[in-house]
Design a protein around this ligand. Structure first.
Ligand code: PMP
Length: 322
């Protein structure tokens, strides 16, 4: 689908997957004016295809659009487009447990112009790819490095938008962490380098002394849909959950005091990813004996259960694709 200033969105079409032409001077290539989303279609045990909270992804895409001076679109129309695309090809439907269909809508600035200004033309594309189960060999706690040198985003920047530049800027830290044997980086705030923000492509939660805490949405972290779902689930279970500033020192202190019970990341890819070890400069802390926590497992099983129709969906999170 294309957008032209004055005309609006037009020419919605479904075409075979193939390379496409882009002007070498297209604004997206030089100034990164682009946004994207990531969501999944799942198959229930009754072989029904469902999307998980797609309305939230559409809303977030429009919020990202707003931040990047890009045109909004009709969220209902996009949802219809998503459903139509997903229902076109059912070949990905698994005979293997846990397979899902990853859906990547993205919008980018196509106007050829070598000046820094919002484009007058855009393209919106949606590509799809089957993905295997995230935990093929079972769920495993991950080792995370607290990032001391680089920052991902600052308040007032683009951290709360899903835009390419955030990820490009994060690659160096990820590369260094991987070389040191860590799977991901835990970002701290840009101003004081003290407060926890999020991990690579996940939001983070800590269970301390029976209470679950997660960094509040401060304008520089992404508002994860899994994060939102975890908070809503915990509240529905009557579990104390608090969104507030969380310093990295507090986590290390809690661990030393024996009150850090669990830590986990949340995101579309893994749903729940238990953290087994945190490293911060010369300090290391092992969490919950490097074991998967009870609450992490319950959250994982409930959310994946809702996605596959094994657990009742009291929130109406899943949307059927006919
Ligand atoms: N933070 C970042 C930077 C991400 O890219 C993602 C993945 N979209 C998340 C958090 C988790 O968001 P969600 O639960 O919507 O996948």
């Amino acid at each position: 689908m294309d957008y032209t200033e004055g005309t609006g969105w037009h020419d919605a079409r479904i075409v075979p997957y193939e390379p496409f032409m882009l002007d070498p001077a297209a604004i997206v290539l030089h100034y990164g004016q682009t946004v994207f989303e990531g969501l999944k279609a799942y198959v229930t045990d009754d072989k029904e295809v469902v999307l998980f909270r797609p309305d939230e992804n559409m809303k977030r895409l429009n919020r990202s659009n707003e931040r990047l001076c890009m045109p909004n679109f009709d969220e209902e129309l996009m949802l219809d487009a998503l459903k139509e695309l997903v229902s076109l090809d059912k070949e990905w439907i698994p005979d293997r447990e846990g397979t899902s269909l990853y859906i990547r809508p993205f919008i980018f600035a196509t106007q050829p112009y070598l000046g820094v200004a919002p484009s007058k033309t855009y393209r919106l594309m949606i590509i799809l790819s089957p993905v295997g189960a995230y935990y093929k060999e079972g769920m495993n706690p991950v080792k995370i490095a607290v990032e001391s040198e680089f920052v991902r985003a600052a308040v007032g920047g683009t951290g709360s938008a899903k835009t390419a530049g955030n990820y490009a800027g994060a690659m160096k830290a990820q590369e260094v962490a991987e070389a040191a044997g860590y799977s991901q980086v835990l970002w701290l705030d840009a101003k004081e380098h003290k407060y926890i923000e999020e991990v690579g492509a996940m939001n983070v939660f800590f269970k301390i002394n029976g209470e679950v805490i997660t960094p509040s949405l401060n304008g520089s972290i992404l508002e994860g849909i899994t994060r939102k779902s975890v908070i809503e689930l915990l509240q529905s279970w009557g579990f104390p959950v608090t969104e507030r500033k969380v310093s990295i020192q507090e986590i290390f202190d809690a661990n030393a005091a024996g009150t850090l019970e669990e830590a986990f990341g949340t995101g579309t890819a893994a749903v729940i990813s238990p953290m087994g070890e945190l490293s911060w400069g010369d300090e290391k802390c092992e969490i919950n004996g490097n074991q998967i926590g009870e609450l992490s497992l319950k959250l994982y099983e409930t959310i994946t259960g809702i996605q596959t129709g094994r657990v009742e969906d009291p929130f109406n999170w899943v949307v059927k694709v006919d």
